[in-house]
Design a protein around this ligand. Structure first.
Ligand SMILES: *Cc1c(COP(=O)(O)O)cnc(C)c1O
Length: 413
């Protein structure tokens, strides 16, 4: 149908399908969603307005949508073991914005990990609303070890008495000590929010400790390791309700009518499908394989002399400091893209280079693990990455090898 009606867009989708099929998607925030997820996402549910929540809507004709949203919420509650969820955030950033809106007033002090240290824009980085509307205090990692500086978090919390502390990352290869963070937040009476956008699939699959017992609120995206459609979820824990019995209501009111209008019901349907998938034993195996693959890739890269921030990985991602390789992040990104390996340039902690030309690259295993790759394949990929970076002339040859290699690992379609 699309081909007939809009050949330009149809053509671009075909080209992108071919690109995905013949290259290795190794950006750690990306994945390949299932056909079932995409069928729900592409459904006629996109046509309806459903402002409000199940049982209390501002539009008519929604009898099936209430059942659907309840199903989605129940699946999320069960999977993450939380008491309340909101599945309406359009994506991760709006989910975080709504959390601020739920528990803070403009001008309140908030804390988060600085973007160049591995945090997210919405955790109080200077160009983001979270720093414009709130007084943002930023923590980071140790320069020497690359590990989260819990002592700094504690000191800054004591000195600044924030209303809310965000913890979560886009480029942190290690496990978070939620218990220790919970104690710090409690000692100053702050709300503690775990943003598990990157690691939600690992948490769901038991491959990363869950923050749920130690934090008040959890936010996540649904399209990274969780492998769903683009989207966001906010969860409220028992600890959150113990601190603030109104917290669930505050979160819901912050999303609608505070921050958003009509929820994307086709997206919520697709999130429900993804949550069902993430509840299976097969997904547990998948989550564990993501980490095994990341560890195997890290080992392979280290053998070629790559300098990994924090020395390795506990999760799905690897951050490489390229300064000993005489190549910048952007050049490495471009060369690898030409060879069929999609990774991205990334600042490393205490990067002397500017954010647009950073000294590092970031890569991860969620998408290639979805395609069925295992540890032995990671060894090959480490070899290709090394070959391309140490000898740019090899790009064309490696491109052919990767094309061939990809034929063994079909995408979900
Ligand atoms: C990806 C990410 C987000 C934002 O998600 P979007 O869907 O891009 O808005 C928020 N927090 C963290 C830690 C992330 O990694």
């Amino acid at each position: 149908m699309l081909k007939k009606q809009d050949h330009q867009i149809a053509k671009l989708i075909d080209l992108e399908a071919e690109r995905q099929k013949t290259s290795l998607e190794m950006i750690p925030s990306e994945n390949h969603s299932s056909l079932a997820v995409r069928e729900a996402l592409g459904s006629l549910l996109t046509d309806k307005y459903a402002e409000g929540y199940p049982g209390k809507r501002y539009y008519a004709g929604l009898k099936y949508y209430d059942i659907l949203e309840d199903l989605c919420r129940d699946r999320a509650k069960k999977l993450f073991k939380v008491l309340h969820v909101n599945v309406q955030p359009y994506s991760g950033s709006p989910a975080n914005a709504a959390v601020y809106m739920a528990v803070c007033e403009p001008g309140d002090t908030i804390m988060g990990m600085a973007l160049p240290m591995g945090g997210h824009l919405t955790h109080g980085w200077k160009v983001n609303f979270s720093a414009k509307f709130f007084k943002s205090v930023q923590y980071g990692v140790y320069e020497k070890t690359g590990l989260l500086n819990y002592e700094e978090v504690e000191k800054l919390a004591k000195d600044n008495k924030p209303k809310l502390i965000f913890v979560g990352a886009t480029a942190y290869p290690r496990i978070f000590d939620w218990k220790r963070l919970g104690k710090i937040a409690d000692s100053v009476g702050a709300y503690l929010v775990a943003d598990i956008a990157h690691i939600a699939g690992l948490v769901a699959g038991g491959a990363h400790p869950s923050p749920v017992p130690f934090v008040h609120i959890v936010t996540t995206t649904t399209h990274k390791t969780l492998r769903g459609p683009r989207g966001g979820i906010i969860m409220v824990t028992q600890k959150g309700l113990d601190k603030d019995s109104e917290l669930a209501k505050k979160v819901d009111r912050a999303i609608f009518p505070g921050f958003q209008g009509g929820p994307h019901m086709h997206q919520i349907a697709a999130i429900a499908v993804c949550l069902k998938e993430a509840s299976t034993p097969a997904f547990k195996k998948y989550a564990k394989q993501i980490v095994k693959n990341a560890k195997a890739l890290a080992k392979g890269l280290k053998e070629y002399g790559f300098n990994l921030v924090s020395g390795g990985t506990d999760n799905h991602l690897i951050l490489i400091d390229l300064r000993n390789k005489n190549i910048g992040g952007p050049e490495a990104q471009n060369l690898l893209e030409e060879a069929g390996i999609t990774i991205n340039k990334n600042s490393i902690p205490y990067d002397p280079a500017p954010p647009f030309k950073p000294s590092g690259i970031r890569m991860g295993t969620p998408a290639i693990t979805t395609r069925g790759m295992k540890e032995k394949d990671m060894k090959k990929i480490a070899g290709w990455i090394n070959e391309v970076i140490s000898n740019p002339k090899s790009v064309k040859k490696v491109r052919q090898e990767i094309k061939k290699f990809c034929e063994n690992f079909p995408l979900p379609r």
